[in-house]
Design a binder for this molecule. Structure first.
Ligand code: NDP
Length: 247
């Protein structure tokens, strides 16, 4: 892929994805990363100093009115080439537990960040994704042409839910999965691939210390998996290593 936009790159899986992509034999020509607070994004800034393909864009993704500006900045760099991949990675997980302890505000906030943001950002990036798809008309459906990758979670799987609880997080990721499916159908004529991805249970601020996977292992496999996506994967739900998951 020539260009990719990844959200939430100052820490956790987002930062890991940036490192894994730049470790490829042919890293993306342009790697657009977002963070909420540039001043605090020390490691990301260090990486950007070392690799000129990394561009940092500061945005709180709940500020929907700033999306046009974000898209404009990407377009200034990629010119007529558009954007090959939008990777919706940023997310939150409130510390809510059982149904009885569920708070209204947690439901609203989590749905906003984990569902509304990825959908609206995809909508804002659509002209750039369409452009990339058009200029690569001889390339088959893949991240080399145009794609939207939504970072979901196995906790959003309705079929795999045997434990209950975590209502804000689970519902936000189930809704994101529903959005992935719809977008994969809606954008098929424009040859834009769309999938949901579960990164595994990973040791990040969100995943906690007991998670079995480290960031590098998860993100290296995610990068390998997304590079292998084709028409047969469109509208599906996969985990980091490419294994298909139940909705
Ligand atoms: P972290 O909590 O470590 O990082 C979350 C990232 O999202 C941070 O960069 C954070 O920025 C950013 N973010 C959150 N809200 C906003 C916002 N409003 N605007 C801009 N950026 C925002 O989480 P992970 O790296 O573990 O998770 C990344 C993704 O993977 C999430 O979507 C998560 O749901 C998913 N996931 C993670 C799993 C795990 O085990 N870790 C398992 C399954 C799914 P800031 O630093 O400013 O807060």
């Amino acid at each position: 892929m020539n260009s990719i936009l990844i959200t939430g790159c100052n820490r956790g899986l987002g930062l890991g994805l940036v490192k894994a992509l730049n470790a490829l034999p042919e890293p993306p020509q342009h790697l657009f990363t977002t963070c909420r607070n540039l001043e605090q994004a020390t490691e990301l800034k260090k990486l950007a100093k070392e690799h000129s393909n990394i561009h940092i864009l500061e945005i709180d993704l709940r500020n929907f009115e700033e999306y046009d500006k974000l898209v404009g900045k990407i377009s200034e760099v990629t010119k007529d080439a558009g954007l090959n991949v939008l990777f919706n990675n940023a997310g939150i997980a409130p510390k809510s537990v059982r149904f009885g302890a569920t708070r209204q505000q947690d439901l609203i906030d989590t749905l906003q960040t984990n569902t509304v943001v990825p959908v609206m950002l995809a909508k804002a990036c659509l002209p750039l994704l369409k452009r990339a798809s058009e200029v690569n008309e001889n390339v088959s459906l893949s991240v080399k042409r145009a794609a939207i990758i939504n970072m979901s979670s196995i906790l959003g799987s309705i079929q795999a839910n045997t434990d209950g609880g975590l209502l804000p997080y689970r519902t936000s990721k189930s809704a994101l999965n529903a959005a992935t499916k719809s977008m994969s159908i809606d954008l098929a004529p424009q040859k834009i691939l769309c999938v949901s991805l579960h990164p595994g249970w990973v040791r990040t601020d969100m995943g906690g210390n007991n998670a079995p996977l480290d960031v590098a292992t998860s993100t290296e496999q995610i990068v390998k998996t997304i590079c292998q996506l084709d028409e047969s994967h469109n509208g599906g739900f996969y985990q980091y290593n490419g294994e298909q998951l139940p909705w």
